[in-house]
Design a protein around this ligand. Structure first.
Ligand code: SAM
Length: 288
């Protein structure tokens, strides 16, 4: 394994390239070879796998993935990192490096083009400022993803596994529950990064279900998540108020009230008290 995760070497690469670390891109480089190895092992990367890495940074995780996997597509937004990555990873012919914003890339098309029918395993030390939109995008809109093994803020990893009644239960928890089997793998100290983030981190693995394996069946997936988002956008309000106020929903108060009664719920209930199954039932009644 090369020196890309050695703290002294990382400082040297940064200095030699006169690279200024950009906070706005959530740049915290992982400098612990054991953790990097553990992430790749947890993601179960095999030689014929297609891997999608979000935010390769200086290439430390990328190099572990390149050595373990078949083909690695790495999408990095910061143009200043591209020549550094090209230099650091120049010995590898199984890397596809793309300079773009992950939220703007057509991932289904990219995975189809590079994978020839294979699904991708996503592996990343995610930039924390866009963790939730990235994970929601991967779960809700992408059809060619097999698993997602990511380093995130510890509290976000916990949020992904929360149930009703908890303060951090929300749209992300419900999306994770609906689309994937989640497993928290390890917590990671802030001392394992350069520069150090303000918070502790954790690695979580999401195994994306095939449609038939999902724990809840619904014919109204899109509508259900629209309703879930509206419920948690105004989480202190009653569900009736949160949903009837939402701009992208057109249910009247009376209709929501009748639907809640039909599924056996109190009309003063808040969204944060509903399970995934109950959101599915409520959506079905409202849509029918
Ligand atoms: N993978 C490297 C590591 O583990 O050391 C770097 C991880 S760092 C936490 C996050 C990386 O994501 C940075 O390289 C940053 O420039 C990149 N990034 C930030 N926003 C991005 C976006 N919208 N699309 C793609 N990459 C992004």
């Amino acid at each position: 394994m090369s020196e890309l995760s050695n703290p002294k070497n990382v400082q040297k690469i940064i200095k030699d390239h006169q690279f200024s670390v950009r906070k706005k891109y959530g740049q915290n480089f992982l400098v612990d070879a054991n953790i990097l190895g553990a992430i790749v092992e947890a993601a179960d990367i095999q030689k014929d796998d297609l891997v999608l890495e979000i935010g390769p940074g200086l290439g430390a995780l990328t190099e572990h993935l390149l050595q373990a996997g078949g083909k690695v597509i790495a999408v990095e937004v910061d143009p200043m990192l591209i020549p550094i990555l090209q230099e650091n990873l120049k010995g590898y012919d199984n890397l596809v490096l793309i300079n773009d914003d992950i939220l703007k890339v057509d991932l289904d098309a990219l995975i189809e083009k590079e994978g020839g029918g294979r699904k991708a395993k996503v592996v990343a030390n995610l930039p924390y400022y866009i963790t939730t939109p990235v994970v929601m995008e991967l779960l809700e809109k992408q059809t060619r993803i097999e698993s997602i093994t990511v380093m995130v803020q510890k509290e976000v990893a916990q949020r992904m596994q929360e149930g009703p009644g908890s303060k951090s239960y929300g749209a992300l928890s419900l999306a994770v529950k609906y689309y994937a089997k989640a497993e928290m793998l390890m917590t990671v100290s802030k001392h394992c990064f350069i520069p150090q983030p303000d918070v502790e981190s954790a690695v979580i693995r999401l195994d994306v279900y095939d449609e038939s394996e999902r724990p809840v069946k619904t014919d109204y997936e899109e509508e259900m998540f629209r309703l879930i988002r509206a419920a948690f956008n105004q989480r202190r309000k009653t569900l009736i108020n949160a949903l009837s106020n939402a701009q992208n929903l057109s249910y009247t108060k009376e209709r929501i009230q009748n639907a809640l009664t039909e599924i056996g719920k109190d009309i003063s209930i808040r969204g944060e008290a509903l399970t995934l199954e109950e959101f599915a039932q409520l959506t079905a009644v409202l849509e029918k």
